[in-house]
Design a protein around this ligand. Structure first.
Ligand code: M6R
Length: 604
C-alpha cells in the first residue's frame, strides 16, 4: 500500500512529483507529502488529506533543483495526521516508506531514538536510525540499517549532503525504476512511470539503487555493481489517464471489450488455446490431480467462476482459498496440486505468501497477473498475464473480466489436453469466448437502462443479491462491488439457501437484485424471486435474453445478451459493475477512492 515516487532530472520537480502522486493515489489516500532538495536544504510539504490538498499547500513554491521524493499514505502505524504523513526527516536524512517495520519500538528503545521522533510511525524510526549511522557513506549506512529491520519496506532516501541524488532499498514492498530523457525516477508501481517511458526494471530485494539525473546505479550489499534487468510494458504512455471519463472506474468498465480481446487473441492458434509463448508445457495440465486457486477479493471471485467451470467440464477436484486464510487452514497441497494464484497487482501480500507456502509444499504454481514483473509473477513457475492495462480505480473491473477470460482459455486447454474436449468442442468453446467482447459491448450500449435501475437501490441501507450456481458466483462479486463503492450493506446469497435463514431479513421494500442467466436453473431461480417478492421485496432482475419472457414483465429488469450459459458471467458481471458505479456516482461519492481502502494490499 502507499504510493512512492522519486525523481531527479530536468523537469519541474514539483509537477513531476504531484502528477505522479495523483496517479499513485489509488494505493493510499489518507495523506500526502513531498520533499524537494534545494542544494543543502530539504524542503518538506505534507498534510492529512488528498494530493489536491497537498497541491494547495505548495502552490506558490518554485524549486530550482530537479530532485525530490513523494508519498501517498494508507495509514498503518499512527493515525491520519499531518505529522504522521511522509516524508519523515530526522537530522540529515529524509525518507518515505512503504511497508511495516515490525520491530520499530524495539529499535527506538534500543538506540534511544525516542526523543528525536515527532510522529507515531514506524517509518520515522528508520530515518532516525539512518541519521544515527550516517557518516557520508550512503550505501554503507543503508546496508548497516536495513540489516537491523524486521518487516517489509520500500525506502526512498535523501541525504542532505548528496544534492540531486536519491537512494532506495527494498524488501518485499515493490519499487520499479527507470531512466529516460527527462531524468531518473522510481515509483512503487508503473503507473507513475509509464507517462515517461515503457522501459523499467524491478529493483531487486536487498540491492541499493542510486538515482542521479543522468545515471542510475544498482549495487549489491557486497558493493558490486549490477546491470538492471529492464522490461518493457506494452501499456500506452497515456493509458493511466481518465480519457475524458469522470472516474477511472467508468473508463475501465468501458475498456473491457478491448482488454478481453487483447488478453485472448494472442493465445488462440487455429481456434485452440495456445500458451506456447508463455512456455507452459501440456504436462502442467495433464499431470496434476487437483487444483487450488489462491486469491483475494475480486480475484478470488474470478476463481469461484473457474471452480464451477472446472467441476462441470473437467470433473476435477478444485478448491478456491482466500489467500489470507490459506496457510492457516492446513491445505491439502502436494506435488500433484496445480496452484493458481490470481492477482491484478501481483503484489497482494496474502496471495504472495500463499504462493510461497504452496511452492514449499512442492506444488506447481501458475499465476494470472496484470502487472508485469510483479512479485507474484516473479515467484511463480509460469505466468499468464492479463492484458487489461493499468487498473487505477480501487474497485476492480477490467482485471476481473480479463482474469475470467484467461480462466476460460485455461479450462479449454485443460479439457483439450486431458482428452475431455475434442478439437471441435474446444474450438466451439473458444469461439464463444471470442464473442464475449461483443456481448459486453451490447451491455455497455444499454448502460442508461442500468443507470435507471440504480435509482431503485440508491437509498437502500441493506440490499440482497440472489441467484444459483454461476449466478451466485457473479453476485458475490457484484455485491462486493456495490459495498465498496456505494457503502450500501449488500449480501449475496445462493437463492436456495434463503429459506434456511436469510429470508427473515426480507421485509417491505427490501431491495433485492436477482440474476437469472442459467437456463437449467431458471425455474428454481424464478420461484425464489417470487418467494422474496411475496414478502414485500423490491426486486430488480438481470436476466438472459432467451429466457426473459418467463418473467412476464413482472419485475424491473435488464435483459442481457445471449451467450452459452457458462459465458453469461461476462455480460452479467459488467452489468453489475455498472449498477455499483451508478449508485456510487449518483450518491456523489469519490468512486475511485472508496473510504478505508487501497488498491494494492501489501500488509497482512
Ligand atoms: O491486486 P489483487 O487482484 O491481488 O487484489 C485483490 C483484492 O484486494 C482486490 O480485488 C479488491 O478486492 C478490490 N478492491 C475489489 O474491487
Amino acid at each position: 500500500m502507499c504510493g512512492i515516487i522519486g525523481y531527479t532530472g530536468t523537469e519541474d520537480v514539483k509537477e513531476v512529483l504531484l502528477n505522479a502522486l495523483e496517479l499513485l493515489e489509488y494505493r493510499g489516500y489518507d495523506s500526502a507529502g513531498i520533499a524537494v532538495k534545494e542544494d543543502a536544504q530539504t524542503k518538506i510539504y505534507k498534510c492529512a488529506g488528498r494530493v489536491k490538498d497537498l497541491r494547495l499547500i505548495c502552490e506558490s513554491e518554485k524549486f530550482l533543483s530537479g530532485c525530490g521524493i513523494g508519498h501517498t499514505r494508507w495509514a498503518t502505524h499512527g493515525g491520519v495526521t499531518g505529522t504522521n504523513a511522509h516524508p519523515h526527516r530526522v537530522g540529515n536524512v529524509t525518507l518515505v516508506h512503504n511497508g511495516i517495520i515490525e520491530n520499530y519500538r524495539e529499535l527506538a528503545a534500543h538506540y534511544e531514538l525516542e526523543e528525536q521522533l515527532k510522529s507515531e510511525t514506524d517509518s520515522e524510526v528508520v530515518a532516525a536510525l539512518l541519521n544515527r549511522y550516517y557518516e557520508g557513506q550512503p550505501n554503507e549506512t543503508i546496508k548497516e540499517v536495513v540489516t537491523k529491520l524486521k518487516g517489509t519496506y520500500a525506502l526512498v532516501i535523501l541525504f542532505d549532503d548528496q544534492p540531486g541524488v536519491i537512494y532506495s532499498v527494498r524488501n518485499v514492498s515493490p519499487i520499479v525504476a527507470t531512466i529516460c530523457d527527462e531524468g531518473a525516477m522510481l515509483a512503487s508501481d508503473l503507473t507513475a512511470l509509464c507517462r515517461f517511458t515503457n522501459r523499467y526494471f524491478v529493483v531487486p530485494e536487498n540491492y541499493i539503487l542510486k538515482l542521479e539525473k543522468t545515471k542510475l546505479t544498482l549495487t549489491d550489499f557486497a558493493g558490486r555493481e549490477v546491470e538492471p534487468e529492464f522490461l518493457t510494458v506494452d501499456w500506452e504512455l497515456n493509458s493511466a489517464g481518465k480519457n475524458g471519463y469522470p472516474f477511472y472506474m467508468e473508463k475501465e468498465i468501458m475498456e473491457q471489450p478491448d482488454a478481453i480481446t487483447r488478453t485472448i487473441e494472442s493465445r488462440i492458434t487455429g481456434g485452440l488455446p495456445d500458451f506456447s509463448a508463455e512456455g507452459i508445457p501440456d504436462s502442467l495440465f495433464t499431470d496434476c490431480e487437483r487444483i487450488t486457486i489462491v486469491a483475494c477479493g475480486t480475484a478470488m471471485h474470478a476463481g469461484l467462476v473457474a471452480q464451477a467451470l472446472v467441476k462441470s467440464i473437467l470433473h476435477m477436484h478444485i478448491e478456491v482459498e482466500m489467500a489470507s486464510e490459506f496457510m492457516y487452514s492446513d491445505p491439502v497441497i502436494d506435488k500433484k496440486t496445480l496452484v493458481i494464484a490470481v492477482s491484478q497487482s501481483g503484489e497482494t501480500i496474502d496471495t504472495l505468501e500463499a504462493l510461497k507456502y504452496a511452492k514449499r509444499r512442492g506444488a506447481k504454481c501458475l499465476s494470472i497477473i496484470n502487472v508485469k514483473g510483479s512479485s507474484i509473477a516473479r515467484e511463480s513457475d509460469y505466468v499468464l498475464y492479463t492484458d487489461a492495462g493499468p487498473e487505477i480505480a480501487v474497485a476492480s473491473t477490467k482485471a476481473y473480466t480479463t482474469q475470467l477470460a484467461v480462466f476460460y482459455l485455461l479450462v479449454a486447454k485443460m479439457a483439450f489436453s486431458r482428452g475431455i474436449f475434442g478439437t471441435e468442442d474446444t474450438q466451439s468453446f473458444v469461439r464463444e469466448l471470442q464473442r464475449t467482447p461483443d456481448a459486453i459491448k451490447k451491455v455497455l450500449e444499454k448502460r442508461r437502462e442500468i443507470h435507471v435501475l440504480a435509482g431503485r437501490v440508491l437509498d437502500a441501507k441493506d440490499l440482497f443479491m440472489i441467484g444459483r450456481g454461476l449466478d451466485h458466483s457473479i453476485l458475490l462479486e457484484g455485491s462486493l462491488k456495490l459495498k465498496e463503492v456505494s457503502y450500501i450493506h449488500s449480501e449475496a446469497y445462493a437463492s436456495g439457501e434463503l429459506k434456511h435463514g436469510p429470508i427473515a431479513l426480507i421485509t417491505q421494500n427490501t431491495p433485492v437484485v436477482a440474476a437469472v442467466t442459467q437456463e437449467k436453473l431458471m425455474a428454481k431461480e424464478i420461484s425464489n424471486i417470487k418467494e422474496v417478492k411475496s414478502r414485500g421485496a423490491d426486486v430488480v432482475v438481470f436476466i438472459k435474453g432467451a429466457i426473459a419472457e418467463s418473467l412476464q414483465g413482472e419485475y424491473p429488469s435488464f435483459v442481457l445478451p445471449d451467450m452459452r450459459d457458462e459465458y453469461m458471467v461476462m455480460p452479467a458481471s459488467v452489468a453489475l459493475q455498472l449498477l455499483a458505479y451508478y449508485v456510487s456516482s449518483d450518491k456523489g461519492f469519490d468512486v475511485d477512492k472508496p473510504r478505508n481502502l487501497a488498491k494494492v494490499v501489501t500488509v497482512e
